[in-house]
Design a protein around this ligand. Sequence first.
Ligand code: AGP
Length: 621
Amino acid sequence: MCGIVGYVGFRDAEPILLEGLRRLEYRGYDSAGLATLHGTRLHLRKRAGRIQDLTRHVRDRPAPGSIGISHTRWATHGPANDTNAHPHVGGNGLVAVVHNGVIENYAILRRQLEAEGVLFTSDTDTEVIAQLIARNLRTVSGDRDWGDLPCGDLIEAVSDTLDLLKGTYGLAVVSPHYPDVVIGARLGSPLVLGIGEGEHYLASDPGALVGLADKVVYLKDRQLCVLTRGEWHILDQERSRVQASIHEIEWEVADADKGVFEHYMLKEIYEQPEALENALRGRLSDEEASAHFGGLNLDTQALRRVERIILTACGTSYHAALVGEYLIEEFARIPVEVEYASEFRYRNPPIDRNTIVIAITQSGETADTLAALRESKRKGHPTLALCNVVGSTIARETDGGVYLHAGPEIGVASTKAFTNQVAVLTMLALHFGRMRHLSALQGAQMVRELRGVPDAVRQALHCHDSVRRVAERYGHANNFLYLGRQYHYPVALEGALKLKEISYIHAEGYPAAEMKHGPIALVDVDTPSVFLMPRGPIFDKVMSNLEEVKARGGPVIAVACEGDEEVAARADEVIYVPEVPEYLQPLVTVVPLQLLAYHIAVLRDCDVDKPRNLAKSVTVE
Ligand code: AGP
């Protein structure tokens, strides 16, 4: 998704705008640009390609000034080229705009402006916003009293423009006629205001502000913000000033750097033990033999009345939800349905009265998941979110929830967020279970076992060398199968997704027993099958499935418990993980699959942290 950074202060804006964009690179983009104001002159620099292309451009043509806006574009309207890169200007430089989102009625607005003689230079919907603001600035009534706000006419021109737009936006606006002001506005696409000393920032997510501002304000839909060097104001839809709550950014600069790792993804795979410790911290109670959460905002009676749970999510978070289904049904005996958010938002299923809807999301900004939640709220159901980004839209719009505390996840391929989601779902299952059938003894045992998870994952990381060997042996394959049963069926899906999204190899995840209903026709000597087969109640069944594949000449890579000689004797390659209780096995068996995808992608020289066509947070439908 696109990235936005804005700055107004006493320092040169250009390096701050560029560094902020570098922090947002992981979101995926195909062009970048910036605009600064120096006195009443607008300096516009933009380039297709990477941020280093833009950096080289401004090295040759610096953009002076201590106020500006910048943007990384993920093309929606028009190809990735210099012209379509943001910022876009309106009125021959009267305003400059950067925008995240999609303006659905841009074509008709563009025709109206062209009929008025406006000449467009780009194919984008964003240029329509810039041209509208410029036109409105020329015709602004000027009869509204804006008090001591420093740019009432510009606010009015922006506000009148937003009233014409259909779709979503997170945008920032500057104008040489108001050389000390940055205006921001949001509807459906996140925008956060960073508070400094004599300087203020705007960004599409707090990750860009790490190390710059530790206090932030998350704009809400239909709010405007007005930033100058000494002040910031939030205006509501009626353009009246409103009070806003100030949040602290939890993350440190070190969190947003790769450190000794070659890629963010590898760093985040290795951060999992620490991230899990953060997820568990303060939530496991020996005394209560249970887990507890501070932010569910649903009282015990309300939770006790729950008769059905719907988990809704996308991608990797959907796979975590599938693990959650097994966990909650096993330990709390509450029926669970798992829904792809993109389907759930339109399917309109009959939902029983005592149903709660839980969204699972790393970013807290996924458009489909947000829409599914809003649909559930419209029907009057309590909603919760398991989310990694404090203050994100989904975190703020649900009735309550549980933060993942995984730290910033920069790599597009989700890893530590997945394991933290599964850990939180395990604690939720324990929490709900102890309100129903789980005894204190059972609860105490689960608390002890959960406390051991970070070390078990630390131990699972010891498989790294084996995985690298497997990657070298099978990394050339063009098709993979991932097979698991029960708790490992979702892990099979997750392993397949990891491989697909960063190495571009076709991979399918299946319940292992499902193979005989068709997919086994895919098995041949060039199609490795990854079997997830730690010891458990149906180990022998999975072993039979493995034999079926072997009998057809398919190479088998098995993930098994340390020292399992029986598996080693049958599989072509075995990757060992520590033995843990069955319900905790997804947390350790996913680790070799993450590493396998990583190493195959590196061997195939893929862009591991910014895979083609993908974005970290999908904030459009
Ligand atoms: C996972 O590796 C992918 N990047 C993607 O499937 C992701 O899980 C999905 O887009 C959901 O994102 P969210 O967790 O931020 O809602």
